[in-house]
Design a protein around this ligand. Structure first.
Ligand SMILES: NC(=O)c1ccc[n+]([C@@H]2O[C@H](COP(=O)([O-])OP(=O)(O)OC[C@H]3O[C@@H](n4cnc5c(N)ncnc54)[C@H](OP(=O)(O)O)[C@@H]3O)[C@@H](O)[C@H]2O)c1
Length: 252
């Protein structure tokens, strides 16, 4: 049986790492990308390979759209050398960092960084990789609960995530002719390094979010990777152009 191949951006830590491992657990081979933490990425590759799936790690800065043509060439080369294929099946646009700055204090530099990472990055990376995604493949873009509810300080970050939700619908429409479905997964607050690890390490914030969540606790990476792996599976092929929130019922 030939394994499906997923490309997960930001797979060295947090939600991307968990997604890569959950995909591997379902027999999917995975190419992860990392930005700065090569050692962490290598560890994830080793963990995936220990499950029997194949894996590789490539460097990528999603804020540098001018590098995406070269990145796509690197993906093509590794597909050829490691899998003897010229396409992959699943793209997960996950990589990124956030900022927490009040609206009145947000600088143009901070705003531009959020545009470049979360909107321009996802838009043009997907465009440059589209020719390498197999017909009948799937794309999941990672948004946030912060597009449905608002927390002060996240106006720039959440605006980009809102844009990604709109983009996902357009991608679903335009790539649908090739049998590619495109969905958004929107996690609630999850204990990762994101935002300096505040949700995980600041007990007051953690307790506050737990009190706002129907299931009574803050999310952990293992609450999310399985959702993404499931959306990418054949069982969910007919789900298309949707926003799926995984927040434990935060602020419902
Ligand atoms: N955690 C949450 O509460 C939460 C909630 C909703 C949505 N999200 C979204 O989920 C996604 C993953 O977040 P996370 O919580 O897993 O964060 P994380 O633990 O901080 O991990 C971030 C990942 O993205 C990579 N990355 C960071 N900046 C990058 C850049 N400029 N170019 C390429 N890769 C970059 C990192 O690579 P290195 O390891 O090499 O630095 C790492 O693999 C993000 O899109 C985030 O907005 C998170």
């Amino acid at each position: 049986m030939t394994h499906k191949i997923a490309l997960v951006t930001g797979g060295s830590r947090g939600l991307g790492k968990n997604t890569a491992l959950r995909l591997a657990g379902k027999g999917v081979d995975v190419i992860i990308t990392y930005h700065s933490q090569r050692e962490e990425a290598d560890k994830v590759v080793a963990e995936i390979e220990a499950t029997g799936a194949k894996a590789a790690a490539l460097q990528l800065d999603v804020s540098q759209s001018k590098t995406f043509v070269e990145f796509a060439a690197n993906v093509k080369a590794i597909l050829q050398s490691k899998w003897q294929r010229d396409s992959f099946d699943y793209l997960v646009n996950n990589a990124g960092t956030g900022i927490n700055t009040p609206f009145l204090e947000t600088s143009e530099e901070e705003f531009d960084l959020m545009v470049n990472i979360h909107l321009k990055g996802v838009y043009f990376l997907t465009q440059k990789l589209a020719g390498l995604i197999a017909n009948g493949g799937s794309i999941v873009n990672i948004s946030s609960g912060l597009t449905r509810f608002s927390f002060p300080g996240y106006s720039a970050y959440a605006s980009m995530k809102g844009a990604i939700e709109v983009l996902s619908k357009y991608l679903a429409k335009e790539l649908g002719a090739r049998g590619i479905n495109v969905n958004t997964v929107a996690p609630g607050a999850i204990e990762t390094d994101f935002g300096g690890g505040a949700v995980r390490d600041n007990k007051e914030l953690n307790d506050h979010i737990a009190s706002l969540t129907a299931l009574g606790r803050v999310g952990v990476p293992d609450d999310i990777g399985g959702v993404i792996a499931s959306i990418l599976s054949d069982d969910n092929r007919w789900v298309n152009g949707q926003r799926i929130e995984a927040s434990g019922g935060m602020m419902i």
